[in-house]
Design a protein around this ligand. Structure first.
Ligand SMILES: [Zn+2]
Length: 597
């Protein structure tokens, strides 16, 4: 039996729709991985949801004239629709404002508290002198005391990656109105991160399979771990289950603390909805289970150091010892898979600068698979990568339409026209056998790359097979074999067998068109299952409902293996798999696209 696999996908923040930079970091890679793992026989639990607490939600709600809850409701739905449109096969995509999430966060906190990993401390908090309101860390900017970078945020320096305290910034200023914040005393709870540094250090030294940039970045931060605040002066968040804190209107868990626990709470919610409330345990407490976490690089520290610290504290496994909490002994991540940034003209996508391409605009014009393919084969897997329309159009036209679409189309068309069904092969030649062997071997090479989240290499390897099949058809010229139908049928049979296998290899990347190819080869039923949005009731809070993204993936037919095609199965005339894009789109993109200077 293959090990159960948890795919933990970074939680999108519910303050706006998703752009293609977001989904190239956490979305497409996690789905390609999960689809492959399901196809190769693993039981997969892929979870995430919208991250809905914290100040930016309050700020955005003020801007849109909505309450915080109304704003969270609005973007939770928008984001779930964006991700569904891309075909991201979540077992559960939920949200952080559910009764279930509140309880899991509070229970995990209680274990940390009981084991002595949380201590109250009075610190200096920033307020706005003009309004008297709390000024959250990320709304303060100034010069980093460590590297001197001038755009450092109060909570973190994006240049050197260090966690910061806003009171340490040089020349602090409010990003809301530019004024100098005033620092006043306030009591908060702190997670004792240094108590985990040693255990984390030895654990990280065993993570030799991680992408080197992720491992190095994490190890570099180890020596700098300081106690980190897990509460904030804010009225929008999960309440702290301690006497004196529980009913305090302006004391809530810090948004990062509750959001990162979402992986566990979403797994628990999925289990409760499945009818077996303990079903989450096989993905979290079974020592053979594997956990893969997908995110953009700005989130590495939360997944490689902070979340593992929370898990160790809950387990009672840091320097202060302790007993496992309500959840038992939870597994640490198997791997933290981080992508770099998809950029536009060298900068991150920015809503405020107007350099942004929204997922929904993109899907409306181009459909999901071209974007999935582009991100997989040309995305920011190992380095920041510029999105250009020119490359998008080129890859869509040459690789998807000309190479793959054309191979499917001409193989099926010729077999349909000449035989009307999958032809019977006779006396295969060395060339036939060699091509079929090459495709069969690709299951191992492409699979090994997918297992290690090397998407570029996996997609390139799969497309190499497609190229070899096109060359085979050009060499063998079945269209010139009118007087030798046996040879013609053998060539077409070989080509169709390779189309079928290549379709399996490409299914994790192109699940929507894979379904069409399956049908073009005369297949029926669900080849690659797609997620759907279901309206559900909150399991714990009466009269509250919300949409979740989920699906029935167990019944899909796609398996990671070569399956012999069935001679005599009727074939219909195929329709083109990918529309050829107008080359002019390669210059500036569609009309709705941002102008890049
Ligand atoms: Zn810095």
């Amino acid at each position: 039996m293959s090990a159960p696999v948890l795919t933990a996908v970074a939680w999108p923040y519910a303050n706006g729709p998703r752009h293609i930079g977001h989904v190239s970091g956490f979305g497409v890679p996690s789905d390609v991985f999960s689809r492959y793992m399901r196809m190769s026989g693993h039981q997969v639990l892929m979870v995430s949801g919208t991250d809905e607490h914290g100040t930016p939600i309050s700020v955005q709600a003020d801007k849109e004239g909505l309450s915080t809850r109304e704003l969270a409701d609005k973007y939770n739905r928008v984001i779930a629709e964006d991700l569904q449109g891309l075909g991201l096969s979540y077992d559960l995509f939920t949200r952080t404002t559910t009764g279930n999430h509140y309880r899991v966060v509070q229970d995990l906190f209680s274990a940390l508290w009981k084991n002595g990993y949380v201590t109250p401390k009075t610190q200096m908090g920033a307020i706005s002198p003009s309004t008297g309101r709390t000024l959250p860390d990320r709304y303060i900017e100034g010069t980093c005391p460590i590297c001197g970078y001038d755009g450092a945020r109060g909570d973190q320096c994006d240049n050197c990656g260090n966690q910061l305290d806003p009171a340490d910034l040089k020349n602090p200023r409010s990003r809301i109105n530019g004024e100098t914040p005033k620092f006043v005393e306030t009591e908060h709870l702190f997670l004792d991160l240094p108590a985990f540094a040693e255990t984390l250090g030895s654990w990280l030294s065993t993570r030799t399979e991680w992408r080197p940039n992720v491992l190095k970045f994490s190890q570099n931060l180890l020596g700098d771990m300081r106690p980190r605040a897990i509460t904030r002066d804010l009225d929008w968040g999960v309440p702290v289950p301690l006497d004196g804190w529980r009913d305090a209107p302006m004391k809530r868990f810090y948004v990062w603390f509750d959001a990162v626990i979402g992986y566990l709470s979403a797994s628990v919610e999925w289990a409760r909805r499945s009818g077996d409330p303990d079903a989450w345990k096989q993905f979290w407490t079974d020592p053979s289970a594997q956990g893969y976490y997908f995110m953009g690089k700005d989130n590495i520290v939360f997944h490689s150091l902070i979340w593992p610290s929370l898990l160790l504290g809950q387990n009672g496994a840091g320097d202060r010892g302790g007993e496992p909490g309500r959840f038992g002994t939870l597994n640490l991540p198997t791997e933290v898979v981080s992508s770099e940034y998809l950029t536009m003209s060298g900068s991150k996508f920015s809503t405020s600068r107007g350099t942004v391409i929204y997922v929904r605009d993109f899907l409306k014009q181009f459909g999901p698979d071209t974007l999935r393919y582009f991100i997989s084969v040309a995305g920011p897997e190992n380095q920041d990568t510029d999105f250009t329309w020119d490359e998008f159009v080129r890859r869509s036209n040459f690789e998807l339409a000309n190479e793959w679409g054309n191979l499917v189309n001409r193989s099926v068309s010729m077999a349909h026209k000449n035989v009307g069904a999958i032809p019977r092969p006779t006396a295969p030649t060395a060339a036939d056998e060699q091509l079929k062997a090459q495709v069969r071997a690709a299951f191992d090479t492409v699979g090994a790359n997918l297992r290690r989240s090397r998407f570029k290499a996996a997609a390139t390897e799969a497309m190499r097979v497609v190229g070899a099949a096109n060359k085979y058809l050009s060499d063998e010229e079945p269209w010139k074999r009118k007087d030798d139908p046996e040879r013609r049928d053998t060539i077409l049979h070989t080509a169709l067998q390779v189309v079928s296998d290549a379709n399996t290899l490409l299914t994790p990347f192109l699940p929507h068109s894979a379904q069409k190819v399956h049908e073009a080869l005369g297949g029926t039923g669900v080849w690659a299952a797609q997620p759907e949005i279901r309206e559900v009731d909150d399991l714990d809070v009466p009269d509250r409902g919300y949409p979740v993204l989920t699906g029935d993936y167990a019944g899909e037919a796609a398996k990671w293996e070569s399956v012999d095609i069935e001679v005599g199965r009727p074939l219909a005339k195929p329709s083109p798999l990918f529309a050829k894009l107008d080359a002019e789109l390669g210059e500036n993109g569609p009309e709705w696209a941002p102008i890049v200077t």
